[in-house]
Design a protein around this ligand. Structure first.
Ligand code: PDD
Length: 312
């Protein structure tokens, strides 16, 4: 693989040479937030939505945004330019910086800003044609899964349990209700309707989730955003997982049982075609979804949290 370049606090350097002091609060407390932004033919997918979600995560942890959206766009473009791959995956990470170890925030903060890019690794042809296996698990993470926090131990433990069971992803339930995957959002197809769990404080407002719903609306696939029970999930005709690095992938097995026919279903094949067309438009510079440019990531969370004791 070609050499990976990192951006760290204003400098570009070889990824293997990038260093952060051990007292960085990201290292000590996991005190930071991140984004993963796919890049197709040099063009970041829904950059405005990713930056809006980043701003939301930063505000939620009371960390001032170190850059304007224009500055972020320039930094990202520069990082992309320094790598040879047409399709890349950018990892962007901001921590509260270096300070003596103390749970409360330091009086003065100099955030650590780190970015790296690698070739975009999408699911294999085999995973796309056969779908993937999943394991259901109780979602034992915290109550602010809407924040894209770098503190991902819960997600790592859940993903690892799935991997140890020979699965690609965990499907998480909290008190009998579907939340999401360890690093993905989950959709259900029931009698031809696309069901999605509502965006609230218990799931990440995925950019791919948003695009999937937009594509369904645009093409007239019936959509219902409402809480989904574990029983509904287990009886689904189809299950999908979505994320920036998986796009839309069919889940064909849950806990060793086939989902629907046990093969990627007709609704998934349709969505997959719409997603491919959407990517073609992005590559050619004309994003195809009607509401492209309208960035809503996180806005529904604000609405969901407004007025609840968990708010703020
Ligand atoms: N994860 N839910 C969780 C918990 C996630 O970690 C992710 C993505 C998603 C999907 O969000 P999006 O569609 O914006 O990628 C949902 C990234 C890819 C990661 O941690 O690597």
């Amino acid at each position: 693989m070609s050499e990976q370049i990192a951006y760290l606090n204003g400098e570009y350097l070889r990824l293997e040479d990038a260093r952060v002091p051990v007292l960085d609060r990201g290292f000590i407390f996991g005190d930071g937030v991140y984004e993963v932004i796919p890049v197709y033919a040099g063009k970041p997918l829904r950059l405005a939505a990713h930056l809006q979600r980043l701003a939301r995560s930063l505000a939620a942890i009371k960390l001032p945004n170190p850059h304007t959206d224009e500055e972020w766009a320039q930094l990202l473009a520069e990082l992309v330019k320094r790598h040879p791959w047409a399709d890349q995956s950018i990892y962007l990470h901001i921590t509260r910086g270096v300070a003596p170890r103390n749970h409360a925030f330091p009086a003065v903060t100099k955030p650590t800003v780190f970015m790296m890019s690698g070739p975009l690794k999408l699911p294999s042809a085999e995973e796309r044609s056969a779908g993937v296996r999943t394991l259901s698990l109780e979602d034992f993470r915290w109550q602010r899964c809407d924040i894209k926090s770098i503190a991902l131990l819960g997600n790592c433990l859940l993903r690892q349990a799935a991997v140890e069971a020979g699965c690609k992803e965990a499907v998480l339930f909290r008190d009998g209700w579907l939340t999401e995957g360890a690093a993905s959002n989950i959709f259900v197809i029931e009698n031809g309707t696309l069901l999605a769990p509502p965006i609230d404080h218990l799931i990440l407002p995925g950019i791919t989730y948003e695009i999937t719903l937009e594509l369904a609306h645009q093409h007239g696939m019936p959509v219902k955003v409402a809480p989904i029970s574990e029983a509904q999930t287990r009886q689904a005709d189809e299950l999908w997982l979505t994320s920036s690095t998986n796009e839309v992938l069919a889940i064909t097995e849950l806990d060793g049982h086939p989902v629907g026919s046990g093969r990627p279903g007709p609704a998934w094949r349709q969505m997959s075609e719409w997603f491919e067309a959407f990517k073609r438009d992005l590559r050619s510079g004309a994003e195809g979804v009607a509401s492209a440019g309208v960035t809503r990531a996180g806005a529904p969370v604000e609405a969901a949290l407004a007025g609840t004791p968990a708010a703020g």
